[in-house]
Design a protein around this ligand. Structure first.
Ligand SMILES: Nc1ncnc2c1ncn2[C@@H]1O[C@H](COP(=O)(O)OP(=O)(O)OP(=O)(O)O)[C@@H](O)[C@H]1O
Length: 289
């Protein structure tokens, strides 16, 4: 498996704000990644830095093994972000035409199918689109470009639940037939869980956690039981959060549980539940608050 993107010790400050701090991130070929983080964590700064829109103060960014020079755009790369208003009075079809010129793997048949799927009028002017429709134009470009490295910043912003489902479905179906490396930044955390294979969680400009979605699913647990039993069960484990309720304690823990753990839980009356990605995220970031 080759590496699509490497960020090594990337730093970016805006005045006194450190938006990216010694950030390391590696994206392997043909994997879908989720990029999560609360407001201001540095997601957009990271994506803009990768896309060459802003310069890192220091650090290395390599795309397909080639180090990007300052201001250099990665080749055969698609960056989907909100706001196509700069295209002014262009029509949707003109925006697609324009995008197609930059992407050697562009598929027009697929682009037209997506216009139907998303019920977009190709002759409508970009400036007349609703916020959700505007996101959809970007998403069509992201999908139809079939770029080997595609990055989406909040692709479902403003989309209703039906359109969000259609987007994820189109992405997964097309990815199955045309694997590529995809990075999706989103705040709709539980929706990304069945889509992304791996996840990066940013906090204050650095990577707080990077793991496989499956492993998070297997490792993130909420346990409840008698306070002493919970204390004994969690000893030596990674505890993200604890809180008391009545005479018991609830604890969010991270780590795979073996047969011995499960037996101990049964014997001491401790219940074990899996955490959703959203709950795991909030416990990891700030103890569930
Ligand atoms: N142009 C700018 N000038 C000054 N500070 C900026 C600028 N852009 C971002 N920042 C700051 O950098 C930090 C990271 O912002 P960034 O937009 O990358 O976060 P984010 O994770 O994308 O947030 P959100 O989820 O709210 O979109 C924040 O503290 C933000 O205020």
């Amino acid at each position: 498996m080759s590496t699509a993107l490497t960020c090594a010790s990337v730093n970016k400050t805006y005045g006194r704000t450190a938006a990216l701090r010694s950030l390391d991130l590696t994206l392997e070929e043909n994997v879908i990644y989720g990029l999560l983080g609360r407001n201001g964590a540095g997601k957009t700064t990271l994506l803009n830095t990768i896309a060459g829109g802003i310069y890192a103060d220091s650090g290395i960014i390599e795309v397909w093994g080639k180090k990007l020079a300052k201001g250099e755009l990665p080749g055969d790369f698609c960056y989907v972000r909100e706001n196509h208003k700069s295209m002014g009075s262009a029509r949707v079809i003109q925006a697609l035409n324009y995008a197609s010129a930059f992407h050697p793997h562009w598929d027009w048949t697929f682009a037209h199918q997506l216009l139907d799927t998303f019920r977009l009028d190709p002759n409508k002017k970009i400036r007349q689109l609703s916020r959700g429709m505007e996101s959809l134009v970007g998403n069509i470009i992201g999908l139809a470009s079939r770029a080997p490295l595609t990055v989406y910043d909040e692709p479902v912003l403003g989309l209703d639940v039906l359109m969000r489902e259609r987007f994820y479905k189109a992405l997964l179906e097309d990815y199955a037939n045309h694997p590529r490396t995809i990075l999706l930044s989103t705040h709709l955390i539980d929706e990304i869980a069945p889509v992304a294979e791996r996840v990066y969680i940013l906090e204050e400009g650095t990577v707080l956690l990077h793991d496989e979605m499956e492993r998070i699913h297997m490792s993130a647990h909420l346990i409840r039981g008698n306070t002493d039993a919970v204390a004994s069960f969690t000893a030596g484990k990674r505890v993200l959060h604890t809180e008391g309720y009545g005479r018991g304690t609830l604890a969010a823990i991270y780590g795979e549980l073996g047969e011995g753990d499960k037996q101990q839980a049964r014997e001491s009356g401790i219940s074990i539940e899996s955490l959703t990605l959203q709950k795991f995220f909030s416990y990891l970031i700030e103890g569930g608050n």
